[in-house]
Design a protein around this ligand. Structure first.
Ligand SMILES: [Zn+2]
Length: 273
């Protein structure tokens, strides 16, 4: 078992080229994946295989796709104030399936708190109400973009207040105790389950890709019946293999771990040995 998980950010739009625009990159990467004869599976299927719930052969020659933060452009096409019309990730995936007949899907790890998103929409984007959750339910139902947990408020530095009890913000490594972990992870799962029922959130992606021993060795494994997460994802550039720790599932990040279609192709070819 050697499955690469690729990660994108739909808010990464600083031009209209592969290296400046994650929408351009995703569309191109889908063509590369198809040309190499790889299948796209969901991260849920990868976790099922890792945990032995389905045979590992079910994710052979496969890749999985994720995106982080849950902004509007995971789902919607939009007119960018500087770079013109942009196809949303969902549209790019649907286009690919329509053109090639190949299944394409992605999991979006969303920042759950509506109040946090309202502030981040101003501090991290253009303040145009592009971080709403009104598409999540429809997305969860359709299945092209699955919705999972990227914490309550990302413990984001630009928020006036986060749920981290000492306001040590801008990192996830300070989420190192029960109360803060419940506030960031369990409360986010509760909100998603209440709003997206009958869907259940079971996967968590660490904000900033940062974890600590408390989360990995204690909170996530020992309180699973409470937070209900089955696996957690980092941003470390490795494939998922049979011995991967379920609380430290690695992912390759577009723009960091590969910057060109050629780099992605070599990365994917390496998987096949
Ligand atoms: Zn994030």
């Amino acid at each position: 078992m050697k499955v690469p998980i690729l990660t994108y950010h739909s808010s990464n739009i600083a031009g209209n080229d592969y290296d400046s625009n994650n929408h351009v990159a995703l569309a191109e990467d889908l063509r590369t994946i198809a040309r190499l004869g790889l299948r796209i599976v969901s991260v849920t299927e990868v976790v099922d295989a890792l945990l032995g719930e389905v045979p590992q052969s079910s994710v052979e020659n496969a890749v999985a796709l994720t995106c982080d933060d849950g902004s509007f452009f995971d789902w919607h096409d939009m007119e960018h104030p500087h770079y013109g019309p942009q196809r949303g990730f969902a549209g790019i995936l649907r286009d690919h399936t329509e053109q090639t007949g190949r299944r394409a899907q992605m999991t979006s790890f969303v920042i759950v708190s509506p109040d946090a998103r309202a502030v981040l929409d101003v501090t991290c984007m253009a303040g145009r109400d592009w971080w709403r959750d009104d598409w999540w339910r429809e997305a969860a139902r359709e299945g092209v973009i699955a919705i999972e947990n990227h914490s309550w408020d990302h413990n984001h530095a630009t928020l006036p207040r986060t749920v981290q009890h000492e306001q040590r913000k801008g990192t996830f490594s300070t989420i190192d105790n029960r109360a803060d972990a419940d506030a960031e992870i369990r409360a986010a799962a509760d909100w998603l389950d209440a709003h997206l029922a009958p869907q259940r959130s079971t996967l968590f992606a660490y904000p900033y890709g940062e974890w600590n021993d408390y989360l990995v060795r204690e909170y996530l494994p020992r309180h699973a019946h409470e937070h209900r997460q089955r696996a957690a994802f980092t941003g470390e550039p490795h494939p998922v293999e049979a011995n991967t720790d379920r609380w430290l599932i690695p992912r390759y990040v577009c723009g960091h771990h590969w910057k060109t279609p050629g780099e992605l192709e070599s990365l994917l070819r390496e998987m096949r040995g």
